[in-house]
Ligand binder design. Structure first.
Ligand code: MN
Length: 278
């Protein structure tokens, strides 16, 4: 095994998203537009929401990529133009392949808005290969209990996609992608295998290094995560095969050419994405 080195360290910036909720966003930013094949990473909260103050992302379109929602605390309710509706509770994952296009809403669960409470989650955007950008939309949804865990004396790895320690996550991806949530007690370290040449990065969201994204060199086949702080630390480990295709993006549309973006906008404006039936 050879250990990868960190080639870039990025501090997440704060900004408002959707109807006005704050996210911590390591990328995209003016300095870092994407980490191929990943297009965006947002951390929503953690925040204690006051009753009546929960904000979400009302009806909006997507085309050409996948949105992955992973909730830590609180719950999100989802509806879309294909008639799907669901709830993403604590520890649950929704891996949405937008493909040719959906209009969806992502809103805090009703009881969170009524009673207030803690909200904490992530959204990752994963690019689709050019040949699959216009495939039919698809959902993969897994409750907390369906996400496999590898535990070792307080150290926990939740495997959403890809594999760790011989245990595979449940998500089917369109290109090789690994998505792990690592909970690391103080003083511990963990070694994570990553395929030679794949993109790899770690976003730390609690403990030492909170709010920092580390991007690794593509040489080497393992990354070492160590918690030298006094508190437990929490990390998302993301790895994937870079697509190395042109990226044309405009808000919720991510295609390969500006012509395809113009088509997406005109399809949306002329109602070809449909609407959420209510
Ligand atoms: Mn969305």
């Amino acid at each position: 095994m050879s250990e990868r080195t960190v080639v870039a360290t990025v501090e997440a910036h704060r900004q408002l998203e959707g109807a006005g909720f704050e996210v911590r966003r390591p990328f995209p930013s003016p300095r870092l537009s994407l980490v191929d094949p990943f297009l965006l990473l947002d951390e929503m909260g953690p925040v204690e929401v006051e009753p009546g103050q929960a904000k979400g992302a009302p009806d909006h379109p997507h085309r050409g990529f996948e949105t992955v929602t992973y909730m830590i605390s609180g719950a999100s309710e989802h509806e879309d133009s294909a008639g799907n509706a669901g709830r993403i509770g604590p520890g649950a994952v929704q891996w949405m392949t937008a493909g040719s296009g959906v209009i969806h809403s992502e809103m805090p669960a009703r009881e969170l808005n009524a009673d207030g409470g803690r909200m904490h989650g992530f959204q990752l955007w994963v690019n689709l290969p050019a040949a699959q950008k216009m495939i039919a939309p698809r959902y993969q949804e897994f409750a907390a209990g369906q996400i496999p865990k590898v535990s070792d004396d307080g150290l926990v790895v939740r495997i959403i996609a890809g594999s760790f320690g011989g245990v595979a996550g449940p998500v089917e991806t369109h290109s090789p992608v690994t998505y792990l949530h690592v909970s690391l007690p103080s003083g511990r370290e963990i070694r994570v295998d990553v395929a030679e040449g794949e993109t790899a990065m770690v976003y730390t969201f609690a403990g030492d290094g909170d709010g920092t994204l580390r991007i690794y060199d593509t040489e080497g086949d393992e990354i070492v995560l160590a918690n030298s702080g006094s508190e437990p630390s929490e990390h998302l480990v993301l790895a994937g095969q870079a697509l190395r295709e042109p990226v044309a993006r405009y808000g919720p549309f991510v295609m390969n050419t500006s012509q395809e973006i113009e088509t997406a906008i005109s399809d949306f404006q002329s109602g070809r994405f449909g609407a959420i039936a209510r």
